[in-house]
Design a protein around this ligand. Structure first.
Ligand code: MG
Ligand code: MG
Length: 305
């Protein structure tokens, strides 16, 4: 089924891919300031938090990103090195990332990587406790590297990187849904088709993800709570900046909701929609690496095997 009447030009796809990666980093940097705060605390301190200013519980420099972006970059690096999504290469890259003492790290990620260090197996056992958002937040490089591949292959690649640390049906469903939404947006899909083609089927299969007609704030790291607020903000707004401000001011795991919403909104609205002031505030090496990886990862899909 075609997503739009016109075939998107390669330059459009590349521009949206860059916007998705920068959107991820911008949402992370914006949200990290208010991570673990309640909406009431955010309002008392900032009225509306809409500036990349650093700080937060991690005491970040303005424009500094956290694990959401740096794990994605580690994953992207592994994919570029091996020319495909290989679970062992992903696990090694994540392990190197952990050894480099990241500014923050999720419990499930740490547990999964310690399991890999001990066993050498880049896949954890299935667990009902692995429904955190850590595999979903870093999936963007897989979406870019597998663009145009059959859906079953895209889903399998998503799970290969996810299961290094998170082996859970809800995490898998969320991670695959996000990757496919990004790919559809890169191919020119508008907001409503993303809802109809990707999110409604997710909610039908896993009713936990129902997000309409419920007020949500303070999302935890549980992937269901994360996606509910991301979907509310993404489908309830009509621009990149508006979407990200909406989602991070809900507090809770705001760097991760910001990162995921930023990835989707970047892919949908494109580079021109990214606020100039936010881009100027983003850590310059991170900004360069995100843009460069986005372009390079799109080349992977043309390689055989
Ligand atoms: Mg983080
Ligand atoms: Mg977080």
């Amino acid at each position: 089924m075609p997503l739009s009447s016109a075939t998107p030009r390669l330059a459009d796809i590349e521009s949206r891919a860059v916007a998705a990666y920068l959107g991820l980093a911008l949402g992370d940097a914006l949200g990290a300031t208010v991570e673990f705060m309640t909406p009431r605390e955010i309002a008392a301190q900032y009225k509306v938090h809409d500036t990349i200013r650093g700080g937060g519980w991690l005491r970040l420099r303005p424009g500094q990103v956290t694990d959401d972006t740096t794990m994605a970059l580690a994953l992207g690096g592994a994919i570029l090195q091996s020319g495909r999504v290989d679970a062992l290469a992903c696990a090694r890259a994540f392990d190197d990332w952990m050894r480099a003492r990241p500014v923050d790290i999720g419990n499930t990620v740490r547990r999964g990587l310690l399991h890999f260090r001990v066993t050498g197996i880049p896949e954890t056992e299935p667990s009902e406790h692995d429904a955190g958002n850590g595999a979903a937040m870093r999936v963007l490089p897989v979406a870019l590297a597998t663009l145009g591949q059959p859906e079953a292959q895209v889903r399998a690649a998503c799970r290969a990187q996810a299961h290094v640390t998170h082996h859970n049906a809800l995490s898998d469903a969320a991670t695959e849904c996000l990757a496919l939404m990004v790919q559809d947006a890169l191919h020119g899909a508008a907001r409503d088709p993303l809802l109809q083609r990707r999110v409604i089927p997710l909610v039908t299969q896993h009713p936990e993800f129902e997000f309409r007609n419920v007020t949500r704030s303070n999302p935890s790291g549980y992937v269901v709570e994360t996606l509910r607020v991301v979907f509310q903000a993404f489908f309830g707004t009509t621009g990149f900046r508006e979407c990200l401000i909406d989602v991070v001011n809900r507090g809770g795991d705001a760097d991760t909701t910001g990162a995921i919403a930023g990835m989707l909104a970047g892919a949908l609205y494109g580079e021109a929609a990214l606020p100039k002031a936010w881009l100027a505030a983003l850590d310059p090496p991170t900004r360069l690496e995100c843009a460069a990886q986005a372009r390079a990862l799109l080349e992977v899909r043309t390689q055989p095997g």
